[in-house]
Ligand binder design. Structure first.
Ligand code: BV8
Length: 262
C-alpha cells in the first residue's frame, strides 16, 4: 500500500505518523511552511475564527478587518487592534514556533510563509519569514501608506499621520491586495518546495490558502498539522491531527533520531 494511502488509513498510530513525518522530512532539501492562527493558539492568542470574547464578542473579525469597517468606526477598529497589540506584549512564541527554528538545523532551506500578523515566528528566531498579511505592530496611514513609527498603546482613537490622514495597522484587510513582493515570493517558494508543512490554518482565506495546492501541483509532499480536518486535509500526504505545540517538537526529535542513525 502506498505511503499516501497508508497515511489516510485509520490504523496509523501517532508513533507511526511521527516516524512517517520524520522520514518525509529527512528526504527533502527545500521545505516551506504555511502557518495560520492555530500555531499561535498555545501562545494564548485566539485563532481568527474562534468566537471573540469579552469586549469583542459581538464583533465579526471579517467585518472589523476591512477598510469599510475602519471608515465606519475608526475608533472601534483602532481599539480592537490596540487590544490585540496589548495582548501581544504579554505572549511569547510557543514550542511549535521554536520547533520550526530547530528544524532549520536539519534541512537545507526552510521558509516560513505565515498568514499571522503577530510576529511570533521572527521573535522565535525563524530566519526566513514571509508575512503575507502584514504585522499588527506596524502602523501606516490610511490614505497614502506613509509608515509611522511605534505608536503608544492604549489610545482610544487612531492618531493622525503627518499628512493628516488617519493611521491604521499595517495589515492586509479583507478586500485588500496582499503585498506583491511577499505574495509572488510565497508562490515561487511554494512551487519550488519539495515539501510543505501546513500548520494551524483553516485553509479558508485566499490567496494564502491556494499555496498548498500550488505546492502539490508542482510535486511537493504536503504534511498538515491541525487538531481539526480542513479542506487541505484532502490533499495531504500525511495528516497529523494534533495541536502544533505538541506534535512539532515530537516530529523534530524523531527527525533528529533518524538523521543521527543514518
Ligand atoms: C484579496 C490580517 C483581492 C487582518 C487577514 C470567496 C472565495 C475565495 C476568496 C474570497 C471569497 N470572498 C472573498 C474572498 C477574498 C478574501 C477571502 O479569502 N475571504 C474568505 C474569508 C472567504 N480574501 C481577501 O480579501 C484577501 N484579499 O483577496 O484581495 C484583491 C486583489 C487585487 C486588488 C484588490 C483586492 C485578503 C485576505 C487577508 C485578510 N487578512 N489578517 C487581521 O488579522 O486583523 S486574514 C486572517 O485570517 C488572519 O491573518 C488569519 O491568519 C487568516 C486565516 O485564518 P487562519 O489563520 O486559517 O485562522 P482560522 O482561525 O481560520 O483557523 C485556525 C486553524 O487553526 C483552524 O483550522 C484550527 O483547527 C487550527 N488550530 C486550532 N488550535 C490549534 C490549531 N492548529 C494547530 N495547533 C493548535 N493548537
Amino acid at each position: 500500500m502506498s505511503e499516501a494511502s497508508k497515511s489516510k488509513g485509520r490504523f496509523m498510530t501517532t508513533e507511526d505518523r511521527l516516524k512517517s513525518a520524520a522520514a518525509y522530512l529527512s528526504g527533502v532539501k527545500r521545505l516551506s511552511v504555511l502557518s495560520g492562527a492555530g500555531i499561535s493558539k498555545e501562545s494564548g492568542i485566539p485563532t481568527f475564527r474562534e468566537a471573540q470574547t469579552g469586549l469583542w464578542a459581538n464583533y465579526d473579525p471579517e467585518t472589523l478587518a476591512t477598510q469599510q469597517g475602519f471608515l465606519n468606526d475608526p475608533s472601534l477598529v483602532w481599539r480592537w487592534y490596540d487590544s490585540r497589540r496589548q495582548r501581544l506584549a504579554e505572549v511569547a512564541p510557543n514550542n511549535g514556533h521554536r520547533a520550526l527554528v530547530d528544524l532549520e538545523e536539519w534541512v537545507e532551506e526552510l521558509t516560513v510563509i505565515t498568514q499571522n500578523v503577530d510576529g511570533l515566528h521572527a521573535l522565535a528566531g525563524s530566519s526566513r519569514v514571509i508575512e503575507l498579511h502584514g504585522n499588527i505592530s506596524k502602523i501606516k496611514c490610511f490614505e497614502a501608506s506613509h509608515p509611522a513609527q511605534n505608536v503608544p498603546l492604549g489610545l482610544n482613537e487612531p492618531p493622525l499621520c503627518h499628512c493628516g490622514s488617519l493611521l491604521r495597522p499595517d495589515v492586509v484587510w479583507f478586500g485588500e491586495a496582499l503585498p506583491e513582493f511577499e505574495l509572488s515570493r510565497a508562490m515561487q517558494i511554494s512551487r519550488e518546495s519539495e515539501l510543505m508543512l501546513v500548520i494551524g490554518t483553516s485553509g479558508l482565506v485566499h490567496p494564502a490558502a491556494s499555496l498548498p495546492y500550488q505546492a502539490k501541483q508542482h510535486g511537493a509532499i504536503i504534511l498538515e498539522v491541525n487538531p481539526n480536518r480542513t479542506p487541505i486535509t484532502e490533499i495531504a500526504d500525511l495528516f497529523l491531527q494534533s495541536p502544533s505545540a505538541e506534535i512539532l517538537p515530537a516530529i523534530i526529535s524523531n527527525l533528529k533520531d533518524l538523521k543521527v542513525r543514518t
